[in-house]
Design a protein. Structure first.
Length: 607
């Protein structure tokens, strides 16, 4: 897996492919390559490492061809080497394939193809596609791809070109996202919108099992339809939204975008006079919402952490039992789904493979499933029975920031609405709404402390381990803070409920162990202060995230980062911001590739 881009049209393909791959670098990768049909021949160039190495290889190369595919690879089958990099070709060197996903029966297919005389040059599962297509390539390339994928078990998003079909690009999808970009006299294929956003705002989101032929004149499916125009969506992103602007990294830009992102998320959805929220995309009547007796939240990574906070929000406001499940575990056990259960699936990209599989399992068991996603038209957005878009704008950095806080804002609005239906009074509802409306301004106050947080980062840049603690709403914030540090700085960090420190982690605390404690003045503040005392007794270094005006904690912590006072339910949206900034500045000081941390991908489209 990771990034795919394809082009067919009137312009030379190579510059467009390289530009598209550059915009997909955020997904994380270990090699890059392109294939272009030029002067009747298939030209393939690929290189290990950063895309800049491929660009250096292509400097001065004349490739006038107007059909091509490109790929940034994140290794699954086979080490990151040139011969394992995409695109891959068939024995004759006339067919090239790029692929995201995993072929589960690749070894069996490889043995069968070798027995029939095919010569493999890589260790990848992707190369199986090349040789399968070659077996059927005497006729129509679209039909050949269709025949080849019928032999494959697993997930894939593939783009195929052939020197024998110089005006045709074939795309196929099953479980790994692909979009078709619709232009004027030119068309594109990509694994994500940013790759093609500067060239077209019109896209078709491919469905699982679909095979599409893309030519300069239009697109058609293997099912025989002449056009897919009825499925064209407008992306609604400005090209500038996928550029870093004056920021050195996308992650820092997206941290600073959070106040505006929250304003977009709640805009038109909060009704102050009624102390309520309006979320029309839920597609549920008031009676259906009242009939909900239990909520199950599913997600992975940062989305799972958001779900934990959502659990507290929903139980407190709606008085409903809530369970939060790792999507990757949900489908592999025997989850109990009963009448009245509502499943909420969280995924920034809407393409997380484990979450998609969990959604399908929940639906198979009869549950109504809602999605909370950021990407319009994504698989989860189309698969679920209803849901809410984050409206956070494109999130390019691998480590999620504004999508996390946007998800919390959506979960807050769901909890508010369910609470108002049940027992929350109008007065309490209005208080909650006003607090949320004040939040973006308060976030800006936290962001104004960046210089102070950056200076603090210099003291911990050489650390090897860190502990993050919190209680109540702050416990999942501690988990998220630890995850951010791990993801981008490669420092080992763990998040724990503060009270659980005594049940093991306290053995690790000494003068070399930084301990980040999320300690706002909330209902469990006194308990957290006691936990800080336990850390100090063992000479641990305490960094506290505390409420403005709390001067007492300054005598107990080595360093304090202050956040504005807000309602306890909304504290996570403020408390996480300094943890994001701290992780970012530590990673920068360590020279880490903040936007593209090693071994990670933005959209995890394989299980």
């Amino acid at each position: 897996m990771c990034g795919i881009v394809g082009y067919v049209g009137a312009q030379p393909a190579m510059p467009l492919l390289l530009s598209g791959l550059h915009r997909l670098e955020y997904r994380g990768y270990d090699s890059a390559g392109i294939a272009v049909v030029s002067d009747g021949a298939l030209e393939v160039y690929k290189e290990v490492g950063n895309l800049s190495r491929l660009q250096e290889m292509l400097a001065g190369v004349d490739l006038p061809g107007r059909l091509g595919i490109g790929h940034t690879r994140w290794a699954t089958h086979g080490e990151p080497t040139t011969h394992n990099a995409h695109p891959h070709t068939d024995c004759s060197g006339t067919i090239a394939v790029v692929h995201n996903g995993i072929i589960e029966n690749c070894e069996q297919l490889r043995r069968e193809l070798i027995a029939r005389g095919h010569r493999f040059r890589s260790d990848t599962d992707t190369e199986v596609f090349c040789h399968l297509i070659e077996e059927y390539a005497d006729g129509d390339l679209l039909e050949a791809v269709g025949a080849a994928i019928s032999k494959v078990i697993g997930a894939y998003g593939i783009c195929v070109i052939s020197s024998r079909h110089p005006g045709l690009l074939v795309a196929a999808r099953n479980g790994s996202p692909l979009i078709v970009g619709v232009g004027d006299g030119e068309n594109f294929v990509a694994s994500d919108v940013p790759a093609i956003a500067p060239y077209t705002q019109r896209v078709i989101y491919m469905e699982d099992g679909e095979v599409i032929a893309v030519t300069p004149e239009g697109v058609r499916s293997i099912a025989g339809k002449d056009a897919l125009s009825a499925r064209v969506h407008s992306v609604g992103w400005e090209p500038g939204e996928i550029e870093k602007g004056d920021f050195p990294h996308f992650m820092l830009k997206e941290i600073h975008e959070q106040p505006e992102a929250i304003e977009r998320t709640v805009s038109g959805r909060l009704i102050e006079s009624e102390g309520d929220s309006h979320l029309g995309g839920l597609n549920m009547t008031p009676n259906e919402l009242l009939g909900v007796t239990r909520i199950v939240i599913i997600g992975c990574g940062t989305s799972w952490h958001a779900g934990l906070i959502g659990e507290y929000m929903l139980e407190e406001n709606a008085c409903l039992p809530v369970e939060v499940e790792y999507a990757s575990e949900f489908r592999y056990r025997n989850p109990v789904i009963q009448r009245g259960d509502l499943v909420i699936a969280i995924s920034q990209s809407g393409e997380t493979a484990d979450t998609i599989a969990a959604v399908r399992e929940a639906q198979r068991r009869g549950a109504r499933v809602l999605g909370i996603v950021n990407v319009v038209g994504s698989t989860i957005a189309r698969l679920t029975d209803g849901g809410v878009y984050l409206r956070s704008g494109p999130e390019i950095g691998v480590a999620s920031t504004k999508a996390f806080t946007g998800t919390l804002a959506v979960l807050f609005m769901i909890a508010l609405h369910l609470g108002r239906q049940r027992h929350t009074s109008n007065a309490v509802g209005r208080t909650l709404v006003r607090a949320m409306q004040a939040l973006p301004s308060q976030m800006r106050q936290v962001l104004a402390r960046e210089e102070e947080i950056a200076e603090l980062a210099t003291r911990f840049v050489d650390g090897r381990n860190a502990l993050y603690l919190g209680r109540g709403y702050s416990f999942p914030v501690a988990l998220e803070g630890a995850l951010k540090l791990k993801e981008i700085s490669y420092i080992h960090a763990e998040g724990y409920p503060a009270a659980e420190m005594k049940h093991g982690p306290i053995a690790l605390i000494d003068k070399n162990m930084p301990v980040v404690v999320v300690a706002p003045q909330d209902s469990v503040y006194d308990k957290v202060v006691s936990n800080i005392e336990e850390i100090r007794t063992r000479r641990g270094q305490v960094i506290a995230v505390a409420t403005e005006g709390d001067t007492a904690i300054a005598s107990k912590a080595d360093h304090v980062i202050y956040i504005p006072q807000t309602l306890e339910i909304l504290t996570p949206l403020l408390a996480v911001v300094p943890l994001q900034l701290l992780a970012y500045h530590i990673a920068v000081l360590r020279g880490c590739p903040v936007d593209q941390p090693k071994n990670l991908a933005k959209s995890v489209t394989v299980e």
